[in-house]
Design a protein around this ligand. Structure first.
Ligand code: PEP
Ligand code: MG
Length: 327
């Protein structure tokens, strides 16, 4: 198997019927950029900028953020890197930043991520300036976590654009262009896609948080880990509606939660029309091998039927389909 994954490293992530998929990696540290070379992934689809904050004893200043972002962009070369702005607060509390979140009863639904960044805008401004400077002369791609309503996206984007103007006034070299994306991980946002999609360059679905909110089941509670299945018709129907809406508007969409890194789950995602994934580096080989062994249009037809009239056990149905089709 290892040899098989090695063999797919240099090959395109293309299905049997010729659909090209994009397979990127999730990362968070400068060292992670090496995984691009090792795995042959198409880029970094999720760079979790809060990692630097979580491993540091004091608040990383603009200079040290700049250094990290530059290093990552340089290591990625021509491949795209999507930086996600800070996702701290909640369960990722920082000892040197008072968020009062230790007292929150539901930290994952608390004052975290973009909510915190918009309220503590000095923090976000420093990050925006570091990202803008790091990407001078190249494309900067940023996305915002935990957006619940479109105005939060608008406010975050406006803050970035103000920092671009600030940099321009100082005659600094700017990014060639900036692409802005939204993470869809709060279910409410799915109801507002008609408003949001015309304003974003891409959408990224975070299935870790999204499924915990859809099922109202804490993603960190081991007693619930086996209770609900990612391969449930409810999740897949939900995701399919989002993917169909983004496809209709011509907006690229990528799935960046852990779900996409598991072969059977990824197969189901291809079956509902997904074509972009950002996954843990160790999963790139298995997922590329899966993509290359599947007939996407046959699978989509089968999934349509299953989602209209769900079988008793969708996981089993998918497993059997995979076996029958040599996936
Ligand atoms: C997610 O929620 O699915 C996601 C990709 O972000 P994180 O796991 O960092 O919350
Ligand atoms: Mg998340």
């Amino acid at each position: 198997r290892r040899a098989q994954y090695e063999a797919v490293r240099g090959l395109a992530a293309e299905t049997l019927d010729g659909a090209r998929m994009s397979v990127m990696v999730n990362a968070g540290l400068a060292e992670d950029a090496a995984s691009l070379e090792l795995t042959g992934a198409d880029g970094i689809g999720l760079f979790r900028t809060e990692f630097q904050f979580l491993v540091s004893a004091t608040l990383p200043g603009r200079e040290s953020q700049l250094k990290l972002y530059k290093r990552v962009l340089e290591a990625a070369g021509d491949k795209p890197v999507i930086f996600r702005t800070l996702d701290i607060g909640g369960d990722k509390a920082l000892p040197y930043l008072s968020t009062d979140s230790t007292e929150a009863e539901n930290p994952s639904m608390g004052w975290r991520a973009l909510r915190l960044s918009l309220d503590r805008s000095t923090l976000m401004k420093a990050q925006a300036r570091a990202l803008i400077q790091a990407a001078s002369g190249r494309v900067l791609r940023v996305m915002f976590p935990m957006i619940s309503e479109p105005w939060e996206y608008e406010q975050a984007r406006a803050l970035f654009e103000e920092q671009v103007e600030w940099a321009a006034r100082g005659n600094r070299k700017l990014p060639e262009r900036i692409e802005f994306g939204a993470m869809l991980e709060v279910p409410a946002l799915a109801e507002m896609l008609d408003q949001l999609l015309p304003r974003v360059d891409f959408l990224s679905i975070g299935t870790n948080d999204l499924t915990q909110f859809l099922f109202a089941a804490d993603r960190g509670d081991p007693r619930l880990a086996q209770r609900y299945d990612w391969l449930s018709p409810s999740i897949l129907r939900f995701l399919k509606r989002v993917i169909d809406a983004t496809a209709k508007s011509g907006t690229p969409v990528r799935i960046c939660g852990e779900m996409a890194g598991r072969p059977l789950e990824c197969m189901a995602l291809i079956g509902i029309g997904a074509n972009g994934f950002s996954i843990t580096p160790a999963a790139v080989g298995p997922i590329k091998a899966l993509i290359r062994s599947v007939d996407a249009s046959a699978l989509r037809a089968k999934m349509d039927g299953w989602l209209q009239k769900p079988p008793q056990d969708l996981r089993r149905a998918l497993t059997e389909w995979a076996r029958r089709h040599d996936v």
